[in-house]
Design a protein around this ligand. Structure first.
Ligand SMILES: *Cc1c(COP(=O)(O)O)cnc(C)c1O
Length: 356
């Protein structure tokens, strides 16, 4: 399948922001988007790069009512020679295909969509910002677009990719965030869709996150749905603990989103011969460890924030400071090396980076 190119007209062409300073994450979009349509019996068709524009959809469109959808998030980085780096992009499209299986969505040909993404990035290459710590956030999205109110699996889908230049995800930047542990609400349960990157998971998290923000916390730390005892993850990040001399993260159990940053942190740790384990971690263990000092660091890992140190945990009315409340050496080391690899400032021994 060829990708049709329909360039924006010179009079509609916008310029990227001069500086990313003060630009809210995900609020500005580039000149072009990629899209294609799936019909049962036909497959993907009408692949095109076209001006960024609104979707026109019938009010009965399935995705609005039943949420059959999937999204991804990855970034393009400006490298020192002025080129563009992508970080493990095949992992995102492979995960999108796993989400597709769980959500009854059609899968993508990974090499085809990666090629289309690169073509889109070439068109809008001036939208990859230059400033330190900035990048072009890439949002592939797939939605059910059959027009029908009857509950069913759609026979028609839209896949698109949009691009948004971004600075740091949290206003705190690479500074410790305050997180509240929710024991009232759950995000995902065994047998559910927690490991799929699908819209409903975030809708299910909104109330807890709204309440957390009102109380001055940045995010919610979710516990398992059955016992409300074991740590799962944060709203948009996986979570790591430094316990004694070991780096510990909850093992993937079906309700945790399998993060690519999580995977990269584990692979880097293995490469550095650090002690790591993926296992169940109870909130009780963390609480005790924070009191005794055995838990010296807590940090989140995800594409948007990369590594986000946690300075304070709040659980059942008690506040626990992590270490001295500042960014720890382990979080700092992962942040520095991951970003150095992503931006091409450091050699990539893993073959993670793809340069355009
Ligand atoms: C996307 C996401 C992550 C992080 O995944 P990355 O691939 O590292 O960006 C973690 N948890 C949730 C719930 C997510 O949606």
């Amino acid at each position: 399948m060829d990708v049709t190119l329909n360039r924006i007209s010179p009079e509609d062409r916008k310029n990227p922001p001069e500086s990313m300073n003060g630009v809210v994450f995900g609020s500005v979009f580039s000149n072009h988007m990629f899209s294609m349509v799936w019909d049962d019996g036909i497959g993907w068709h009408d692949a095109e790069i076209k001006p960024y524009q609104p979707l026109v959809l019938d009010p009965s469109t399935l995705v609005f009512h039943y949420g059959q959808s999937s999204f991804e998030g990855l970034k393009a980085y400006r490298n020192p020679s002025g080129g563009i780096n992508l970080f493990r992009p095949r992992e995102n499209f492979a995960r999108m295909n796993r989400t597709a299986q769980r959500m009854c969505l059609p899968e993508l040909d990974i090499e085809f969509v990666l090629g289309a993404l690169k073509q889109l990035l070439q068109e809008d290459s001036n939208w990859v910002p230059q400033e330190e710590g900035t990048s072009l956030y890439i949002r592939p999205t797939k939605i059910a677009i059959e027009e029908a109110l009857g509950l069913k699996v759609s026979s028609r889908f839209l896949f698109y990719i949009i691009l948004s230049p971004v600075g740091p995800y949290y206003p705190e930047g690479f500074n410790p965030v305050k997180i509240v542990v929710s024991d009232q609400y759950v995000r995902a349960s065994p047998g559910g869709v927690g490991e799929a990157k699908t819209a409903g998971n975030y809708a299910a998290s909104n109330l807890a996150e709204k309440e957390a923000k009102a109380e001055g916390f940045t995010q919610v730390l979710w516990l398992d749905a059955v016992e409300r005892k074991y740590i799962e993850e944060v709203g948009s990040m996986n979570i790591f603990f430094v316990i004694d001399d070991e780096i510990v993260t909850p093992q993937l159990n079906g309700s945790i989103l399998p993060g690519i940053t999580r995977k990269s942190v584990l692979e880097l740790a293995r490469h550095w011969n650090l002690k790591i384990s993926e296992r169940r971690i109870s909130m009780e263990e963390v609480q005790e460890g924070l009191k005794s000092g055995q838990v010296s660091e807590v940090f989140g890992a995800g594409t948007a924030a990369v590594i986000s140190p946690v300075g304070q945990l709040h659980y059942r009315g008690d506040s626990f400071q992590v270490g001295d409340g500042s960014t720890g050496p382990v979080a700092k080391r992962f942040f520095e090396h991951l970003t150095a690899i992503q931006y091409g400032r450091e050699e990539d021994p893993f073959g993670w980076v793809e340069t355009l």
